[in-house]
Design a protein around this ligand. Structure first.
Ligand SMILES: Cc1cc2nc3c(=O)[nH]c(=O)nc-3n(C[C@H](O)[C@H](O)[C@H](O)COP(=O)(O)OP(=O)(O)OC[C@H]3O[C@@H](n4cnc5c(N)ncnc54)[C@H](O)[C@@H]3O)c2cc1C
Ligand code: FES
Length: 268
């Protein structure tokens, strides 16, 4: 699924910023953007002020972020402060401005042939799954989700998956299942494997989901992450190798790729 982006970047206003556990959620007004980006598509974001380039600042390229929700000309994004770009974005509050390009890439395809949607995510992999859950719920099917986080503080992010019935696993056992999210996914597949698995999370988790789904012969769509310089297919900085030979560009052919096309999920 792909919604085409208007040409060029847009200057948009942040309408609110909230901390949710370890994450920052920004809501922005995007009146000129398409009303319905496809779940799993992403945007390139940069702040208008202080995005590097000053005497003591490093110039940044915009960073890629999946949208969390898109409603009535408002978009939201969720991220964790892991580096200079997310740190600067996390400082933003209502009234400040962003440069935004998108929606970009190809998103998830909804299930057909009666299979149920099973969502499996970890950490900042929540946004594309939350957007997909909203689409599925609007079609009358509230999906099941399994989500993995480091600890209770991070697991607070599970509330952002509003339109799914989610079970949580944490690495330290501070909340939910003590262990890996793939253990919850394996239990779900043992219960009913007539499913399509939709997944987004760190590469190690995505690879475990890919291997598990291959073992159970269950189709899976993986929202991949890759270092992105341009976001629209020009630099080839985001390629991943395919099982059939050759490469795909995650920014235009993905970020959602059928697991069956990959021999493995590359670590970045
Ligand atoms: C399609 C897509 C959608 C995404 N959606 C989201 C989202 O919804 N929310 C979200 O939080 N993130 C998302 N990301 C990831 C986000 O774009 C990156 O994490 C981004 O690089 C963060 O920028 P930064 O400047 O904060 O950190 P960066 O400096 O770019 O670092 C990001 C991470 O990479 C690590 N890193 C940096 N350099 C190296 C290196 N040389 N070797 C190993 N590791 C390194 C850092 O420790 C950090 O964990 C998405 C990425 C893609 C491609
Ligand atoms: S980020 Fe430039 S080709 Fe994908």
């Amino acid at each position: 699924m792909r919604t085409l982006a208007p040409l060029g970047r847009r200057r948009v206003l942040v309408s609110r910023g909230d901390d949710v556990g370890a994450y920052r959620v920004l809501q922005v007004a995007d009146p000129q953007g398409p009303p319905l980006p496809a779940a799993g598509q992403f945007y390139m974001l940069a702040t208008v002020a202080r995005w590097g380039g000053g005497d003591d600042e490093r110039p940044y390229l915009p960073r890629a972020f999946s949208f969390l929700s898109a409603r009535r000309g408002k978009l939201s994004f969720m991220f964790e402060d892991v580096g200079p770009g997310t740190r600067r974005l996390a400082e933003l509050d209502a009234g400040e401005e962003l440069w935004l390009t998108g929606p970009l890439g190809a998103g998830f395809r909804t299930p057909h042939d009666g299979r149920r949607a099973l969502l499996a995510g970890g950490g900042v992999g929540v946004p594309p799954l939350a957007a997909l859950a909203t689409v599925l719920s609007s079609h009358g099917t509230r999906p099941t989700a399994v989500l993995g986080f480091r600890d209770e503080h991070h697991a607070a992010g599970a509330v952002l998956l509003e339109d799914a019935d989610a079970t949580v696993a944490t690495d330290d056992g501070s909340v939910g299942h003590h262990g890996l999210v793939t253990e919850l996914l394996a239990a779900e597949l043992a219960r009913d494997a007539h499913a399509v698995v939709y997944s987004c999370g760190p590469p190690g988790m995505l690879e475990a989901v890919r291997a598990l789904c291959a073992e159970h012969d269950v189709p899976a769509q993986l929202a991949l992450e890759a270092g992105m310089a341009c976001g629209f297919g020009a630099c080839y900085g985001c390629v991943v190798p395919l099982r059939e030979g050759g490469y795909v560009r995650v920014c235009v052919d993905g970020p959602v790729i059928d697991a069956a096309r990959l021999d493995g999920v590359p670590a970045h």
